[in-house]
Design a protein around this ligand. Structure first.
Ligand code: X6L
Ligand code: MG
Ligand code: MG
Length: 151
């Protein structure tokens, strides 16, 4: 048995659901996939709605190896970085690795330092790991999200 880890995936450009499906199919050690959510963009320029999911891994990979996996998936989706926080075909972020803190800024901070402020992360995460949701977590009223079903 490896360790429990969670990745957050998002897409708001092109075939959003297709990019998420292909990424999940190519990720190693996946044991669970959250429901699919459509979410209003948070931060960045005015842009289209996102699709977001969280996936759970049971993995022996290190945090840095997981970061490499995330970058490989983004490259496969031909992600192009034009503008900070701008539209993207695919974003894959390391959220959490059980029992591990990684402080290697700016490229790798685990737990993800802003995950608790983002409904598009916390709601699908809570579907898979309610134990990770702080007891006092409140869904920000200005971050509407809609559950669409399964990916
Ligand atoms: C003040 C300033 C408050 C900046 C919030 C929040 C910036 C989130 C960037 C912020 C701020 C982000 C996704 C997204 C992005 C996504 C949805 C980011 C980085 N990625 N919105 N916005 N889903 N719904 O995956 O998360 S850009
Ligand atoms: Mg992100
Ligand atoms: Mg990212």
């Amino acid at each position: 048995m490896g360790r429990r880890a969670f990745l957050a995936l998002g897409s708001n450009l092109g075939d959003r659901q297709g990019f998420l499906r292909e990424a999940v199919a190519a990720l190693p050690d996946v044991v669970a996939v959250s429901p699919l959510y459509e979410t209003d963009p948070v931060g960045g320029p005015e842009q289209d709605l996102f699709l977001n999911i969280v996936v759970e891994l049971d993995t022996e990979l290190s945090g840095h190896e997981l970061l490499g996996v995330c970058r490989d998936r983004e490259a496969e989706a031909a992600r192009v970085r034009i503008e900070r926080w701008g539209p993207r075909t695919l974003d894959v972020d390391v959220l959490w690795i059980d029992g591990e803190t990684i402080d290697d800024p700016p490229e790798l901070l685990v737990p993800h330092p802003r995950m608790f402020e983002r409904a598009f992360v916390m709601v699908p995460l809570a579907d898979l790991a309610p134990d990770l949701l702080p007891a006092d977590w409140a869904h920000p009223a200005d971050q509407p999200i809609r559950r669409l079903g399964s990916l």
